[in-house]
Design a protein around this ligand. Sequence first.
Ligand code: PLP
Length: 369
Amino acid sequence: MIPFLDLKAINSRHKQELIEACSNVIDSGWYIQGQYLNNFEREFAEYCDSDHCIGVANGLDALTLTMRAWKELGKLKDGDEVLVPANTYIATILSVTENRLTPIFVEPDPFTFNIDVKNIEKAITSRTKVILPVHLYGRSAPMREIMAIAKVYDLLVLEDGAQAHGVFCDGKMVGSWSDAAAFSFYPGKNLGALGDAGAVVTSDSALANTIRAIGNYGSERKYVNNIKGVNSRLDEIQAAMLSVKLKTLDSDNNRRRAIAKEYYKRIDNPNIRIAPLDGLNNVYHLFVISTMFREELATLLSSHGIQTLIHYPIPSHGQLAYRELGHLSLPITEKIHQEILSLPISPVMETAHIDLVIDVCNSFSVSNV
Ligand SMILES: Cc1ncc(COP(=O)(O)O)c(C=O)c1O
């Protein structure tokens, strides 16, 4: 069996260090907002080349609280429009609607799966206030072009980096390009906690202070509440775990790149399309191929014990949760959702397993369909 992602194997590599980190937190007697969170926030801000990192409960909150903070700071108001890629995990969209802002779906580039810059400008109206690019599957969105558009139209930019810890875009770390970037540390992410966790990075001090206050009941000083906040904090144990795992994020990402390189070099089948290679500009959170014969290919891979997944089978505007958006026609997004398939990739994947995935992909023939 070749699992899609073997989290036990990924975390077992750090077991002693994780146990020690956990034990240190237990012995400290301080479990929320203490030295381990401070340490991780400092380390991750530095890693992302940003001035501040604010730990929150999960990636969805990282996105939601950033836009909520912009509302508190008077930069956004109900009904303002946020440009989002139409193909993303639904969390991106939920963070917009949770804030009573309006998501405007922008079609992606069919090859890179990332938001298509030429469609961004067409979607801008007098109500547009934010561009929310997603670095989908580990590939950076075209940040230089996005920031240039944002400057012309005076828009805020929030990066969704949930799938892209450690990606460089034109030599600059993802997360340091824009006004703020949101990260998820869900266990399956490239930098994954052992539970839910998330963070915002930003170099805007007012924004950082406001997000921190909102996530802590709206309080900057104990029992003084200036904002109607929520409870969204990254706890000491998860922060300590993340500090352990941050040390190997770059080597893990390099291992993912090496596997992707093999897939690129050796998967050679006219029925399988792979996004254009972008060298180091990708941390391959997912390795996503496209095929008109998805079900058949997934069945063949499964018959060889290879697990695949679809990220994602239904676009947000096709979900019942967004039934009011069901009338939207987004042909590029819809085609992508019909044809994509994610192959196994992870820093602990064995060479024999990589070879088998490649061999089975190459053996796939439409005449068998
Ligand atoms: C693109 C994207 N944005 C946001 C999120 C939300 O992160 P979390 O699950 O930590 O809330 C995810 C998580 O899967 C994601 O993939």
